[in-house]
Ligand binder design. Structure first.
Ligand SMILES: [Zn+2]
Ligand SMILES: [Zn+2]
Length: 297
């Protein structure tokens, strides 16, 4: 591969994959099968990243089997199930409709082009997502749950969904309701959720890609690798889920040219299996959050 082509691929792959997945999802919504087509796009992205991680890995040592495949997939499925239940319960009690019609349904700028509405939605939920993520690192009680995500010893698209279900519910509870509160249409809600899912998988992938100014706007694998670092100065940064403006505003943005260490994970015990990981936050033990554990390293 010549150098010019390499450069084009390393800078163009991330935007092309995100734009492609979103275009397919929008098409699915147009033909009335939004959720089905989103799931096809999501699985296709996973397959694409599986091969791309092997063709152009950022960290070769992360390609091996870490023994966590079943745990990662179980967390992913469990979280997906929990989110579906939350949506079903919300719909059954008419929570969304109540918010939309009684509180602020008329506030949402439905006359804007759909893409602008989605960007507005992403900006609005980012405030809650940032708060939930930062709290998960700085509040020892929540760190117990978030530690499951950070216990991964490698980064790959496979561990995108490795979150304790309590961690997932907390970040949804602090972010999604604002869209209902302002009466965002269902298409906006769907596209904001789809964008979050695609960016989440791209953020965790072990593909050697490059980012210029994009890394000041959206969350990228380069930024998130620092977030998974064991070093305090790198790890307690880049809390943004999709967008980085909260980190830039609050001084937690970290983007240096140095290569983050491949030795990632946490400095506390975590069971190897899914059920043990689900139970771990509820076990009696001295609480140690990332800040405290990092201090001694
Ligand atoms: Zn984190
Ligand atoms: Zn992560």
């Amino acid at each position: 591969m010549n150098n010019a082509l390499k450069t084009i691929i390393s800078y163009g792959l991330w935007p092309a994959l995100l734009a492609g997945c979103l275009a397919v999802t929008v098409f699915g919504m147009h033909i009335g099968h939004g959720i089905l087509v989103f799931n096809i796009a999501y699985l296709s992205l996973a397959v694409t990243l599986f091969f791309t991680e092997r063709l152009m890995p950022f960290e070769k040592s992360w390609l091996g089997n870490d023994g966590q495949l079943m745990a990662d997939l179980s967390h992913t499925a469990f979280n997906k199930g929990a989110v579906q239940v939350l949506i079903a319960v919300g719909a059954a009690f008419g929570i969304a409709e109540a918010f939309a019609s009684d509180v602020g349904g008329h506030l949402w700028p439905t006359h804007w082009p759909l893409a602008f509405q989605v960007v507005l939605g992403l900006v609005m939920i980012e405030i809650g997502l940032y708060a939930a993520h930062r709290l998960a690192h700085e509040w020892p009680l929540l760190w117990r749950f978030h530690a499951v995500h950070h216990s991964s010893k490698r980064l790959s698209f496979i561990n995108t969904g490795r979150f304790h279900v309590v961690d997932t519910v907390a970040s949804i509870a602090l972010s999604q309701p604002i869209l209902f509160l302002f009466g965002a249409p269902i298409e906006v809600f769907q596209l904001v959720s789809a964008t979050t899912a695609f960016i989440g998988m791209l953020t965790h992938c072990n593909v050697d890609m490059k980012f210029g100014w994009i890394a000041y706007i959206v969350n990228t694998p380069t930024l998130h690798r620092f977030h998974h670092s064991k070093k305090l100065v790198e790890g307690n940064t880049n809390y943004g889920e999709n967008l980085m403006f909260m980190d830039l505003l609050l001084g937690t943005y970290y983007n240096k040219p140095n290569r983050p260490s491949a030795n990632i994970g946490i400095n506390e015990p975590m069971p190897d299996n899914f059920l043990g990981q689900i139970a771990q936050p509820f076990r009696r033990r001295p609480v140690q959050n990332q800040n405290l554990s990092e201090g001694s390293v």
